[in-house]
Structures are given as C-alpha cells and as structure tokens.
Design a protein around this ligand. Sequence first.
Ligand code: TYM
Length: 324
Amino acid sequence: MNTVFSGIQPSGLVHLGNLLGAINNWVKLSNENSKNYFCIVDLHSLTGLPNKNDLKKSINDTLKVLVASGINTKTSVIYTQSNLQEHAYLSWILSNFCQVGELQRMTQFKEKASSFGTHSGLLTYPILMASDILIHKANEVPVGDDQTQHLELTRNIAERFNTNYGEIFPIPEKTSGKSGARLMSLRHPENKMSKSSDDINGTIYFNDEKDNILKKFKSSVTDSENIVRYDPKNKPGISNLIEIYAAVNDKEISETEKEFENSQYGEFKIAVAETVIDYLDPIKKNFDDLTSDNLEDIVVSNLKSAKDSAQKTIIEVEEALGIS
Ligand code: TYM
C-alpha cells in the first residue's frame, strides 16, 4: 500500500494554484487505497516571521479548507506539523546528510533569501521538508511543480541515510495531476500564482466572490492571436487559462483546445471563470458550515495516528544510528 505525504504552509489564503496543483490530488488519493498524511506545515511558515494572530488564523482556515475541499477524513490523517515534534527531531538528524552547497542552490531559497534577508531557517527549510516526508516513510508526494527540486533533495537525503545506516527510508516519488501542476498569475503569467503576489488580481483565492472571480478572469493578460492554443512559451496567459480549465474538469490540454477551437478569448475567459466559480462554490459553502467542534474531532483523532507512525520511524532511525 502506498504511503502518501504532502504539506501546505498556513501563510495566507489558500489559492487556486494550491487547490489544483495539490489539494485536488489529495482529495482523489483520499478515496483510493493508500495511507495518507496531509499536514499544515506551520513550522515552515515561521521562515516568513508571521504575525502571531495571522498565523493562528491561517492554521485554522487552512485546516478548514482541507476538510471543506472534500479530503476523506476517515482515510486520511490531517494534522498540524508543530503538534508533532518528531518532524523537527528528524530534521536535525537528516541535516547531517545534506551539503550546505545543495541548500544554497535551491531556487526557492535564492528567491526568498533576497526578499526576507537570509536567516538559517530559510536555508535549512528543505531538510525539514525531507523530514516531513520521511517521518511517515512516504513513497508518494503529490505536489505542484515548484516543489520538484525539494523532492529531489529529499530523495538524495534518503539515499545517503540508507547507504550509511541501512535501508530505513523508501525513496519518495513526486506525483501531480494531468494538468494544473504550475498555475501562473493571471496578471503576470510569467510568474507563478502565489499567495503573496504583488498584484492580487493575478491570484484567485478560494473564497473570492463570484463577481470578483469573473472580473479577474476577464482582465487576465493574454495575447493578440485570439486562438485558444496551448503554447506556454509564446502564449503564457492563454496557456494558463487552458491549464486551469483542464485541471478543474480533469481533462487533457488537447481536449480543452479542441473544445474551444472556435471560441474568441472573451468567450473562453468567461467559460474558465464559470468553471472555477462552480468548482469553488461547494468548497466555500463547506468551509462556512464547518464548526470548531467538527474540526476538534478531526484534529484529536488524527494526531494520535500521526504520532504513532512518526514514533515508529524514530525508533528505527535511532536504532540504526545507535542512539537513545
Ligand atoms: P506551499 O504551501 O507553497 O503550497 C502547497 C501546495 O500547493 C502547490 N502550489 C501550486 N501548484 C500549482 N500552481 C501554483 N501556482 C502553486 N502554488 C503552490 C505547491 O506545489 C504545494 O504542493 N514547501 C511546501 C510545503 C511543504 C511540503 C512538505 C510539501 C512542507 N513540507 C512535504 C510536500 C511535502 C510549500 O511551501 O508549499
């Protein structure tokens, strides 16, 4: 049976990139025959030095979105990283299997270090990420494309540990859906859609109002060709819209191109907006209906199961290392 792990930072509102690039696949996996751990990685968010109240709200809201999005909470363990100290403990151990130069070469480190200044948490972030995945011995990691480099590093760390101390860890694989693994900003399609974008009109947040979603898609940047054709290099804006439509409807890119081969951009933009509105609507409704009692039940039972799994791995790791 596959063991799946993935995480999301509670650092602001969940957006369409998170949903289509990752959470949508978590929902699917939660209905398959695998063991799933989905984690709100609050320790990772500390690298952005968040305000205490904002962080608390984000942790709670992110948990609510995961449940509201339809992850089957009977088959999947959803929990918050800081509740399981084994993540940080394993991270220290794994730091001995990773070179400083490798961390310095990470694209996300280079990008973030320039905007936040360079503290060591930003540098060692990918080791904590490796420990998140390896603490449950996950072999499948459903993430968006921006996490590819971190996944490669995780694989290297696991291999080095195994070579030195015995086959403890599986070598995890990255998985993504047919499309949606890299959504771009609607306003600046050369940049990734993100929570912290300078232009909020480029990002669709899970709780955006319908009118606002329509407005954002109508004003999305495209090109002058007026043919709905997928060509990310030369037509990044329209290719992004094709990607979004395909991901929401679980279609191939080529099917989407065919469906809109006779459409003008204006018409296509409205079709994409409508499909996104229909996709987000039940998530928003479920989100509003969730009470703190519902959440408390989920969190308490999940934590025990996550803790059991993590402690089992730690015992094996300690034995292999000859400590404790
Ligand atoms: P985070 O919080 O930035 O994003 C959560 C998930 O959403 C995906 N994603 C996107 N997918 C498509 N298009 C986009 N524009 C887009 N933006 C974000 C991300 O790829 C991710 O899958 N380092 C991770 C969190 C993490 C983690 C882990 C993930 C910590 N430990 C262990 C997997 C396994 C991060 O910052 O994701």
